[in-house]
Each structure stands twice: as structure tokens, then as C-alpha cells.
Design a binder for this molecule. Structure first.
Ligand SMILES: C[S@@+](CC[C@H](N)C(=O)[O-])C[C@H]1O[C@@H](n2cnc3c(N)ncnc32)[C@H](O)[C@@H]1O
Length: 327
């Protein structure tokens, strides 16, 4: 079992909030808990901006062994249905966190490999999973040293929105899939659930709860405070908003052609109160999650790759103070 060196993909522009490599931090060999050799990441575990290493404990308390409420009621059943796994298929769970999805795929008979950039989350995943699942610490955008694959399917659950730039991840997925292999991604729905840019309003005249969206087309880098009620809280992560078309175009440029999309709604219900019906109506109309399934085609044409590059527009930053993860 190898842990992969972190990649050169950082965020290209100097970022005021990005963690910098501490003076003297260097790459070195260390031993993992199970005794296998790994390369220590060249920088602090949270130095790659998308890493959730610094919130690993908090995230584990939310997600646990079987997944969060949303994983269990919405995401995992949806993944299982759209992925339509066959026993024995080789599956990569990319940015797998503490392995809640990997474990489900394993129970369905898949031969599972998981990768995440957070050493702490991978440590938890290894502790909680059967030894047949192989986990690696590594950057989803540079898996050249991954000693596994090609895969029948690759899943990325609630992680593409935490990775920027994300095109290299799609390129790696295309490279690691067998011809005809499936790529499957779930993200917060970019059209309706944009952290801090979307919300609910009550329309008195029509007695309706309406969804408001302040912006959609422009990419945005948004700080999320994972413990908004704890002051001071250093538990901040970043979400990258991109319109749906940017994802589909970038994936297409990598040779991952979209063949299914679904909007998944919340399973929660309001049972009481004067607005319960309106709230339930809104829940059923505005999806929380977007699921995208793609198939690997032969390498994309140069023209598609160019269009894919153009889909990446400059990312502005939401500069208001961080607030909680609600959108
Ligand atoms: C919201 S969590 C989702 C984890 C898991 N897929 C789940 O459904 O519980 C996002 C994950 O993406 C991981 N991540 C962020 N950037 C990454 C990268 N460049 N390579 C690999 N993993 C990354 C984080 O460490 C974190 O575990």
C-alpha cells in the first residue's frame, strides 16, 4: 500500500487565505499505522487547498462509518442505482474521505480502491474498512504513481466542488478508466445550491416558498466555516462554484462523455407548521445534489480539449466573512 506524493497542482494564483508551506517542511519517508512505507506529503496535509485534513475529526463526526443522513438516504442509494455495478468490477473512489461510499461499493461486490488527499481521513478509512479495500493518500489530479487500475468505474462523491483546478482530476479519471468505463460524480447542485449565493424567500402573495439565486454563471471561490457557531473557528474549507456547463464541457474535453444527469432532492419533510406543504413542495422541486454519469470515449479531439480549456473562466472570490455550510 503506497501513499502517493502530493501533486504540483496547487491553486495557481497567490491566495490570501491559502496555507503556506512551513519553513523547513520537507518530504520524508515515514511508516503508516499498518507498517507500510509511504511518502510523507511534501507540504502540510492541509496545504493543498481542497484537503479536509484540518477538519477530519469534525467531518468524521458528521459522516461516521455509514455516511451522513444525506449519504444514507439520498447519495448512496442514487450512486448504487446509476452506477449499476456488477460484482467483481474494479472501482476507484476518488476523494473518498473516510470511506463511507467505498465500503458500500465493497459490500456490493466491487474490488475497491480509495484515494484522498487527507492522511487523517485515509487513516480512519483504513481502520473502518475490510482489508480488501486499498486506500492511498494522494492528489486526485496526479495519480501517476497509483499502482492500480484500469478501472471499470470511478466515483467522485461531493468532492469535485472542493478541487480547483479540477480538469486534471477529470484527465486522470479518463486515463485510469477502461475504454467504455463509467465516471460518476455527485456535487451540490450548482444551479440551486450555491453556498451563500442562494436561499429561500417566502412570497406572501402567492403563499409560496421561492428559491433565490444571486449568481450562477461566474465561477466563484467561497470560504465555508465548518463550525460557524464556534468563535474563533479555524475550520474553514473552500468550495468552488462552477456552472453545470463548465463541468460537462471539462469532462467532455477529457474524454468523459456525459450520458445521464439527475437532480436529487432532500428526503427531509416538514410535518407541522403553516408552511409545511410549501416547504415540502420546494424540497421536491429544487434538488440538493447533481449526479452526472459519463462514459470514457477514446481520447478527446484537440478541438474538444481547447473548448474544455476555455470552459475554465477566471475564478473570483467571495470576500464576505466565512459563514456556515448552508446554501
Ligand atoms: C466533502 S468531502 C467528501 C468525502 C467523501 N467522498 C464523502 O462522500 O464523504 C471532500 C473530500 O475531498 C478531498 N479532497 C479535496 N481535494 C482533493 C484532492 N486534490 N485530491 C484528493 N482528495 C481531495 C478532501 O480531503 C475530502 O475528503
Amino acid at each position: 500500500m503506497t501513499d502517493l506524493p502530493q501533486s504540483r497542482h496547487g491553486n495557481s494564483q497567490a491566495r490570501p487565505h491559502a496555507q503556506r508551506r512551513p519553513a523547513g517542511a520537507a518530504r520524508g519517508d515515514v511508516r503508516t499505522r499498518r507498517g507500510s512505507r509511504r511518502f510523507a506529503p511534501p507540504e502540510r496535509a492541509d496545504a493543498v487547498e481542497g484537503s479536509w485534513d484540518h477538519v477530519a475529526e469534525w467531518y468524521d463526526s458528521m459522516v461516521g462509518e455509514k455516511g451522513s443522513d444525506f449519504h444514507q438516504s439520498v447519495i448512496i442509494p442514487g450512486v448504487v442505482k446509476l452506477l449499476a455495478l456488477k460484482p467483481g468490477e474494479a472501482v476507484l473512489d476518488i476523494a473518498c474521505g473516510q470511506g463511507a461510499v467505498s465500503n458500500t461499493l465493497y459490500r456490493l461486490g466491487a474490488d475497491v480502491t480509495g484515494v484522498d488527499i487527507s492522511p487523517q481521513l485515509i487513516e480512519i478509512a483504513r481502520r473502518r474498512s475490510p482489508s480488501e479495500i486499498t486506500y492511498h493518500v494522494g492528489d486526485a489530479r496526479d495519480l501517476k504513481k497509483l499502482d492500480a487500475g484500469p478501472f471499470d468505474a470511478i466515483v467522485s462523491v461531493m468532492s469535485a466542488q472542493n478541487i480547483d483546478p479540477v480538469e486534471p482530476m477529470f484527465a486522470e479519471c479518463a486515463r485510469l478508466l477502461k475504454p467504455g468505463g463509467r465516471f460518476f460524480m455527485v456535487i451540490s447542485h450548482p444551479a440551486f445550491r450555491i453556498p451563500r449565493q442562494s436561499g429561500w424567500l417566502w412570497d406572501e402573495q402567492r403563499s409560496l416558498q421561492v428559491r433565490t439565486v444571486d449568481r450562477y454563471l461566474s465561477p466563484l471561490r467561497i470560504p465555508i466555516d465548518m463550525r460557524p457557531f464556534k468563535r474563533p473557528s479555524e475550520k474553514q474549507t473552500w468550495t468552488y462554484h462552477r456552472p453545470v456547463e463548465a463541468y460537462v464541457t471539462m469532462m467532455g474535453a477529457a474524454g468523459l462523455w456525459t450520458n445521464a444527469m439527475e437532480g436529487w432532492t432532500s428526503h427531509k419533510r416538514s410535518d407541522s407548521g403553516p408552511r409545511a406543504d410549501a416547504e415540502n413542495h420546494s424540497r421536491d422541486e429544487f434538488p440538493l445534489f447533481l449526479a452526472v454519469r459519463a462514459v470514457k470515449v477514446s481520447a478527446a479531439e484537440p478541438r474538444e480539449r481547447r473548448v474544455g480549456r476555455e470552459a475554465r473562466k477566471p475564478v473570483a472570490q467571495d470576500r464576505r466573512p466565512p459563514s456556515g455550510p448552508r446554501s
